[in-house]
Design a binder for this molecule. Structure first.
Ligand code: OAD
Length: 228
């Protein structure tokens, strides 16, 4: 089976009602990214950060996977599909995708603030000040913040290198190292990008589908099925 690797960003979940970060009305217009999504912010004001991610988690459970998520899950019938997502929501999994790598963490997990390998499933539960790991240190969101390493890159690079087809959906390609993954597609691997407002300065090999995720994934699937 040919392998399709799909790199997704916040635009993938926009049609589910989850706000992106950098569009107008994006989250970073309302919040200071360094206050709510950086390791320095955590040291300064952990309550604010816990509240921010508790809200994101609650909102995520009020949202449903959209047509794009569902179509990608269905594509597993015809291709080996691997999703690599910058999103911290679980909408790919809830749509039925079975191979999902999260680069920036997951809202349904908490981790120890002292021992990064102590990670706990929390589902829809809130994290509060005073919630501790088994070794007694405060729990924090299982999110990769600005100023931190992205450990999942080690797995993501060989996944992208092994793609027969690469599809990038709904990311402004502003945040590294995730944005650099595109460049690991092997020579000759077709690269598609779905975004109603695509980033500028894309490599020439990229075929742009300037549509939202739902319609764009539908068009992408028609293309890859016709060339199968
Ligand atoms: P951005 O908010 O930077 O970019 C969202 C992209 O989605 C833009 O290019 C939009 O044009 C596109 N978009 C909007 N609506 C869409 C739709 N209906 N269908 C498809 N695309 C649509 O989000 P990311 O690139 O994902 O990290 O941001 C990367 C990282 O920056 C996030 O993981 C987060 C953030 O800070 C952390 O918090 C660590």
């Amino acid at each position: 089976m040919s392998k399709i690797v799909v790199l997704t960003g916040a635009g993938m979940s926009a049609e589910s009602g989850i706000r992106t970060f950098r569009d107008s009305n994006g989250l970073w217009e309302e919040y200071d990214v360094m206050e709510v999504a950086s390791i320095d912010g955590w040291h300064k004001n952990p309550e604010l950060i816990l509240r921010f991610y508790n809200e994101r988690r609650k909102q995520m459970f009020d949202c449903q996977p959209n047509k794009g998520h569902l179509l990608l899950a269905g594509l597993e019938k015809s291709f080996d599909v691997q999703i690599v997502t910058q999103n911290v929501d679980n909408l790919h999994e809830r749509a039925g995708s079975t191979h999902v790598l999260h680069l920036h963490g997951e809202l349904t997990k908490a981790r120890s603030s002292m021992y990064p390998s102590l990670v706990y499933n929390i589902g829809d539960k809130e994290i509060k000040i005073g919630d501790k790991c088994e070794k007694g240190s405060q729990l924090r969101p299982y999110i990769v913040w600005f100023g931190e390493e992205v450990p999942a890159m080690e797995q993501a690079v060989p996944i992208v290198e092994s793609a027969d087809i690469l599809c990038v959906i709904g990311t402004s390609l502003n945040v590294y190292p995730a944005a650099g993954l595109l460049h690991y597609a092997r020579p000759g691997c077709p690269v598609f990008l779905i975004d109603p407002n695509p980033p500028h300065d894309l490599p020439r090999r990229v075929h742009v589908i300037a549509k939202g995720a739902g319609e764009g994934v539908e068009e992408f699937i028609i293309k890859v099925m016709s060339e199968k």
